[in-house]
Design a protein around this ligand. Structure first.
Ligand code: UDP
Length: 421
């Protein structure tokens, strides 16, 4: 696996650590259960950690020197990819490693994977996780993806041996906008750990997390404009000022962004400070509970503690948070975009609303919060929908892609041996 710009084993919930990281971790772990050993290559961002770290049985994290050994903006990484590819290849050759398949994640790793094939003879599978032109379609002027990324993604659809699309829409876009060859695209969604994410006692979860009584809405995710946090805050302002609302006012539990706790107290990172200031400006200081990024083992408590999970993204390739919440039997209110349109069945497992529309989001949240019958029905629908995304099934599908490519590659590399066997 290649994940240049973010270590799949990094703390989640920061700016660049989210669904891609979880996907690589979980897929790697599940591949091991199918007898596949996995090395995950990432760029070194500190001087001290060892080059090769066994993360768990069958999975190793390998850190490659490329550019300064410190965190860097991902937009500045492209020019370090040749160095990454050379270093990765030297290390693999020195250690005597041979790979059957290289699976790259995100466009930067796709390019690194393409470059590394000058040295390592293996087929390249690419998963974009997000596509620049889909992000740009909903981005404001300050957050548009670069022409370089658009250009590289277009090249990569030809250079990779196989592309994995997270949903049918992404597949269609790759064909229509990037001229991808349909026979090389496999549609395989990410999975969810159904043992970890499952329904549990909501009141007990609230008590353990120290959450108050009354209606609770949950947001879990990276702080990125694409996540629609501005829309959620505005929707919440409307809910709070809704004079027809009776009973305790709803609260928003916000999971994401880094909060450092030390002897002097707790400090929010700059992104969270900005969000907290925005919440205060909107009169939501008492209504948004900032809990910071949470480790995976605590997330089921959050999903189970709340009445509804909001996923207000402007674009979402898959939307792991929605499926994790659904696996816990928590109804979703989400934007009708990207993968969310396929994972959530409107009115069955959640409610779908137009993105960037605070009024529609507020109305849908209100509906779920006040209508107990609707909520109970959707709790059942949510879990039922989520069980179709078990990692066992998803890993088998990805392995099918690997097997097919590896066999085709062997046939080209050594046709006589393959025929003889
Ligand atoms: N996540 C987490 N802790 C946090 C915030 C997020 O473990 O504090 C995980 C979350 O459970 C999910 C992933 O990060 O598995 C986010 O994936 P999603 O597909 O929803 O969004 P992306 O990051 O890919 O945009």
């Amino acid at each position: 696996m290649i994940s240049v710009h973010t270590s799949p084993f990094a703390e989640l919930g920061g700016r660049d650590a989210g669904g891609l990281n979880v996907y690589v971790r979980e897929l790697s772990r599940n591949l091991v259960e199918h007898g596949v050993a996995v090395d995950v290559y990432t760029r070194r961002t500190d001087r001290l950690s060892p080059q090769i770290t066994p993360v768990e049985d069958g999975v190793r994290l390998i850190q490659v020197e490329a550019g300064p050994a410190e965190p860097m903006d991902k937009d500045a990484l492209f020019c370090h990819l040749p160095e990454f590819a050379t270093e990765m290849a030297c290390l693999a050759i020195k250690e005597g490693l041979r790979y059957d398949v290289i699976h790259a994640h995100y466009w930067l790793s796709g390019w690194a994977g393409h470059l590394v094939r000058r040295y390592l003879d293996a087929p390249l599978v690419l998963m974009f996780h997000t596509l620049a032109h889909l992000k740009n379609a909903v981005a404001d002027a300050d957050h548009r993806e670069t022409p370089l990324r658009l250009q590289v993604e277009r090249r990569l659809v030809d250079l990779a041996d196989a592309l994995i699309a997270a949903n049918p829409d992404e597949r269609r876009e790759m064909i229509r906008r990037l001229d991808a060859d349909p026979t090389r695209i496999y549609t395989v969604p990410p999975g969810v750990d159904l043992d970890r994410f499952r329904p549990a006692d909501g009141w007990a979860a609230r008590r353990r997390l120290g959450l108050p009584e009354g209606p609770l809405v949950l947001f879990v995710g990276r702080i990125d404009p694409v996540k629609g946090i501005d829309t959620l805050f505005e929707a919440f302002r409307r809910l709070i000022h809704d004079h027809t609302w009776t009973g305790p006012a709803p609260r928003l539990v916000f999971v994401g962004g880094l909060i450092r706790i030390d002897d002097t107290g707790s400090t929010m990172d700059a992104d969270l400070q900005r969000l907290a200031a925005r919440a205060a400006e909107l009169g939501l200081a008492d209504h948004v509970l900032f809990h910071g990024a949470q480790p995976r083992e605590r997330l089921p408590l959050y999903y189970n503690a709340v009445d509804v999970c909001a996923v207000p993204s402007r674009y979402e390739s898959f939307g792991l948070v929605a499926v994790e919440a659904m696996a816990c039997g928590t109804p979703i209110v989400a934007s009708r975009v990207g993968g969310l349109r396929f994972t959530i069945e409107d009115d069955v497992s959640g409610l779908l609303v137009p993105h960037s529309d605070p009024a529609a989001l507020a109305a849908a949240l209100r509906r779920v919060l006040v209508d107990h019958q609707l909520r109970s029905r959707m709790q059942v629908g949510a879990r039922q929908a989520a069980v179709t995304y078990s990692w066992q099934a998803i890993t088998a599908a990805v392995l099918g892609v690997y097997d097919r490519l590896a066999a085709a590659h062997r046939a080209v590399a050594a046709p006589d041996e393959v025929r003889a066997s």
